[in-house]
Design a protein around this ligand. Structure first.
Ligand code: ARG
Length: 457
């Protein structure tokens, strides 16, 4: 097949080089966006009288026919034509003849590929933002259901202080909110049209870049043609936001894995979202959560791959940049799959509220409540901490909970302690007392729920 750039060559490209340099095996993923971009470009060329209205109509009709043939899988992609851009352009010329050869006027593959990737990513970002919203809503609903459930809160994976399960769940709603904002922000910078920047310097032909951008639904056009064809920041922002999202999903997955162990027994993941072992008949494994955790590695890798790819490139376009697509496609597909499966799995999780309540008060988790009680009685915090530490030590030596000591024994540690302190040792009371802004008290949890109900509407 004749290459559109064959004019200046006297020898045929080596077959090894063809298979080494091709990108059609993966950039065919961009076919819809490539055609969409070309249709807008052709319309602009006609409006500017660079081509005739008749030629533009033939181009648009030809491109639409190609689109139908690709979506019905009857189109043959050929590696000799390198990439999606040349495959489509060459098919167009074959179909409509001379007018097809005018499509590439006032454009280059450099601005074309930048355009396609932006169009693709805009679409992906919109989906991802919607999936994240759905996930947040699911977590919010779970939080609403568990406003009264007390559980042990952890630091260092040691029981620290009782918290509301709703509070813990809402922590993820906060994380996903930041993730969603990062993707929305990335969408703003992706939503800039590079088409018309041509190879790197713009064109001498009388184009109307704003018109093409408007047809394609972009909010802005790029201001510097050299930057427009060299810039992959938008893809990097996407990959970095994806890496941060996956870090969140991975932490959650780790909790789901831990919490579903016999040892924790905080949750049960439904049969539909667990898998069995081929040798141990009793097993029910949290493989979905493990894969969510495991896929995080690849998503981090994709960010590193593109950062490394871009770091030494002189301006403007370099062929290295063809390698930008695989990490972007992979991250987009992977995080969408992760968000969907997680949302389905989490709404099916059963919380063992009895066990959560029982363990909430274990491990001297209300010790801080004694210290804060003493502070309210005028004892300096460091002293109160010391006194409480000695109380805990005594309980440990006797293997009893804090509630196992008599009032007289407690007063032996400090005369500031009186009967009203005993009520504070109950985990529910401990939670209720933590009403500082953003704390775990029911009143604060309800405030968070109200806030997110409004925000996620
Ligand atoms: N397949 C190329 C890519 O993905 C398209 C741009 C080619 N530009 C060039 N000057 N060879 O980057």
């Amino acid at each position: 097949m004749k290459k559109p750039w064959a004019g200046r060559f006297t020898q045929k490209t080596s077959g090894t080089v063809e298979s080494f340099t091709e990108s059609i095996s993966f950039d065919r993923n961009l076919w819809k966006h490539d055609i969409e971009g070309s249709i807008a470009h052709a319309r602009m060329l006609a409006k500017q009288r660079i081509i005739t209205v008749r030629e533009a109509a033939a181009i648009v009709a030809g491109l639409k026919r190609i689109a139908r043939s690709i979506s019905s899988k009857t189109f043959t992609f050929s590696p000799e034509l390198e990439d999606i851009h040349m495959n489509i352009e060459s098919a167009l010329t074959e179909k409509i003849g001379a007018a097809g050869k005018k499509l590439h006027t006032a454009r280059s593959r450099n601005d074309q590929v930048a355009l396609d990737l932006r169009l693709y990513l805009k679409e992906q970002l919109q989906d991802i933002i919607a999936f994240l919203l759905k996930l947040q809503k699911t977590f919010l609903k779970l939080a609403e259901m568990h406003q009264e459930t007390v559980m042990p809160g952890y630091t260092h994976l040691q029981r620290a202080q009782p918290v509301l399960l709703a509070h813990h769940l809402l922590a993820y709603v906060e994380m996903f909110q930041r993730d969603r904002e990062r993707f929305r922000d990335c969408l703003q910078r992706t939503d800039v049209c590079p088409l018309g920047s041509c190879a790197l310097a713009g064109t001498s032909l009388p184009t109307d870049r704003a018109y093409t951008a408007k047809l394609l639904g972009f909010r802005a056009i790029s201001g510097n043609s050299i930057d427009a064809v060299s810039d992959r920041d938008f893809a990097l922002e996407f990959l970095s936001s994806s890496a941060i999202l996956m870090m969140h999903l991975s932490r959650l997955a780790e909790e789901l894995i831990l919490w579903s162990t016999e040892e924790f027994s905080f949750i049960e993941i439904s049969d539909r979202f667990t898998t069995g072992s081929s040798i141990m008949p009793q097993k029910k494994n949290p493989d979905v959560a493990e894969l969510l955790r495991g896929k995080t590695g690849r998503i981090y890798g994709n960010l590193m791959a593109l950062l490394t790819l871009m770091k030494g490139l002189p301006l403007a376009y370099n062929r290295d940049m063809q390698e930008d697509k695989l990490p972007v496609f992979d991250s987009a597909e992977t995080i969408k799959a992760c968000l969907i499966v997680l949302q389905e799995m989490i709404q099916d999780v059963k919380f063992n509220t009895k066990r959560l309540r029982e363990t909430a008060g274990e491990g001297y988790s209300t010790a801080t409540d004694i210290a804060e009680y003493l502070v309210r009685k005028g004892v300096p915090f460091r002293e109160a901490h010391e006194i409480t530490g000695r109380i805990v030590l005594l309980c440990i030596s006797r293997n009893i909970p804090l509630t196992g000591l008599s009032l007289a024994e407690l007063r032996g540690f400090s005369v500031k302690i009186s009967r009203d302190m005993l009520a504070l040792l109950d985990p529910a009371a401990s939670v209720k007392a933590r009403s500082s802004y953003g704390g775990t008290s029911l009143s604060e949890v309800k405030r968070q729920i109200r806030q997110f109900r409004k925000l996620l509407k």
